[in-house]
Design a protein around this ligand. Structure first.
Ligand code: BG6
Length: 494
């Protein structure tokens, strides 16, 4: 048994990490444009006492690599041709909201932004790639945060509806797969890149933090916006589908041992980090364990009865997710967070981690575990839209990069995806994260590279931006062109 016939093979990037051209053709800044890394504790924002508002305050001594990215905005044809060279039949990127509505609250969209994405999608289709499009990949227009506090203000629901309505009308028939908010569950641990900025005087020295009330009002408003997206898509382009995008590494939270407190703690960790919003998006309910937090922290959001019904009536059609690593819950060890997922106790059974300084534990079995777990919980098709490995790499004296670690990583993860398919899980596709080197979301640097294609751009901003193939390019191509058959044959022999 091989991979399904119509399996989507490809890769994923995001506008804010690749496009650059951060202020071109009418675009204004979005939230990640003022952050060097989404976990950043010192974003480029300052409270201005005189105006009584937050304003952009970039640090002149630091390099915001995302402002030029890898110049995908101008080089997308070359880049898509490289992806097509590997046989991609799907490619995921995001639309930078600020290219379409630069401030977010305008009445009319920016035609130059729409035209850019139209040309981009046409090129993908011409090359035989299904566009898989994220509506917001940490890209809420900055103005919506500084002026309204972002998603904790319900006016954003209206601005979002206007944004997605414009997109569904314009790209009807071209985009069949829409993802609403990238890693939307991170709203609770990283509210700023997810579009919430506190207007509470208590947080004026720390824009990365917010009150519990703002956090959960944001959660509720985003659940409503998600349901509206599904409804509007069904009305405007019934052939297209809307999925959620959840950072699901933490779904694979293992208990350290059979101490019942660790078992329960592991389960709660998966729910509190990943599933608390997936339950709302996929099952149409605000789960009881969330309402318990609201009661205990006295932070129940303001809700509207018709909107609770909307959330119930319009769940997403598929579950898309990122998976990078698993974690271990031990009641005596604190749980830290980074872009790849949660990091708790060390797992003594895992053989390796990615090389320093990242040290992400490598757990291919985890992807099979979560595919089964999530399919059992939601009963909708699963779509892996991020999985990959970030390494520090530079061409050798022959100009080559031999990335065996990456190849092994992919092989082992795909083996487990295949096992999950044999287990009966409906898997739509596998989109590798960062098929071409892009700026890292977590650290804002270039030197953490995921690509099959190397981009000559360095942390200090130098480099020719020239693209070249790494060894893994041919490796991934072979997998795709044989629809995974080459791997299946290899596994069968063992
Ligand atoms: C996910 C994000 O968290 O992980 C991507 O959706 C990101 O935007 C990816 O790039 C890998 O994280 P990092 O920090 O290594 O770039």
């Amino acid at each position: 048994m091989s991979f399904p016939k119509n399996f989507m093979w490809g890769g994923a990037i995001a506008a804010n990490q690749a496009e650059g051209a951060w202020l071109e053709d009418g675009k204004k800044p979005n939230i990640t444009d003022v952050m060097i890394g989404i976990g950043s504790k010192d974003p480029g924002l300052k409270w201005n006492e005189e105006t009584g508002k937050w304003e952009m305050a970039l640090d002149p001594d630091r390099k915001y690599l995302s402002h030029e990215g890898i110049d995908f905005y101008h080089r997308y044809k070359e880049d898509l041709a490289l992806m097509a060279g590997m046989g991609f039949n799907a490619f995921r990127t995001s639309i930078a909201w600020g290219r379409i509505f630069p401030d977010g609250d305008e009445e009319e969209p920016n035609e130059a932004g729409l035209k850019f994405y139209e040309d981009l999608f046409d090129e993908m289709l011409r090359l035989g790639m299904e566009p898989v499009i994220t509506l917001s990949h940490y890209e809420t227009p900055l103005h919506l945060l500084t002026e309204y506090g972002g998603w904790s203000d319900r006016r954003l629901i209206e601005y979002w509806k206007r944004y997605v309505t414009v997109l569904f009308n314009r790209f009807k028939g071209k985009v069949k797969y829409w993802l609403t908010f990238n890693e939307v569950n991170n709203i609770c641990r990283m509210p700023l890149p997810n579009g919430i900025l506190s207007l509470d005087p208590a947080f004026r020295n720390n824009p990365a933090d917010i009150s519990e009330k703002e956090r959960w009002q944001g959660y509720y408003n985003i659940c409503v916006a998600n349901a509206w997206t599904v409804k509007l898509c069904k009305e405007i382009d019934p052939d297209a589908k809307v999925g959620c995008m959840i950072s699901s590494s933490s779904v694979a939270t293992y208990p350290m041992n059979c101490d019942p407190e660790n078992v329960l703690g592991a389960y709660n960790n998966a729910r509190n980090i990943s599933l608390f919003i997936a339950d709302a998006f996929c099952k149409g309910i605000i789960p009881g364990y969330v309402k318990r937090i609201w009661r205990e922290k006295n932070c129940t959001p303001e809700m509207v009865e018709e909107e609770i019904q909307l959330i119930k009536d319009y769940p997403v059609s598929f579950y898309s997710f990122s998976y990078y690593m698993s974690t271990v819950y031990d009641k005596n060890v604190s749980m830290k967070m980074h872009t790849g997922g949660a990091a708790g106790a060390k797992n003594p059974y895992l053989k390796e981690t990615s090389p320093a300084p990242y040290n992400w534990p490598v757990d291919p079995t985890g992807i099979r575990y979560i595919l089964n777990f999530l399919y059992d919980r939601y009963n909708i098709p699963m779509f892996i839209v991020e999985n990959g490995i970030g390494l520090i790499e530079e061409p050798d004296e022959n100009g080559e990069i031999h990335d065996e670690f990456r190849q092994r990583y992919i092989k082992e993860h795909l083996r487990n995806v295949h096992e999950a398919i044999l287990d009966g899980v409906e898997v739509m596709g596998y989109l590798y994260w960062g098929p071409i080197d892009v700026v890292s979301a977590g650290t804002g640097e270039m030197k953490k590279r995921y690509g099959f294609v190397y981009v000559d751009r360095q942390n200090d901003g130098s480099g020719t931006l020239e693209r070249s193939k790494k060894e893994s390019y041919e490796f991934y191509k072979e997998i795709i062109t044989s629809n995974g058959e080459n791997l299946v044959k290899e596994w069968e022999k063992k």
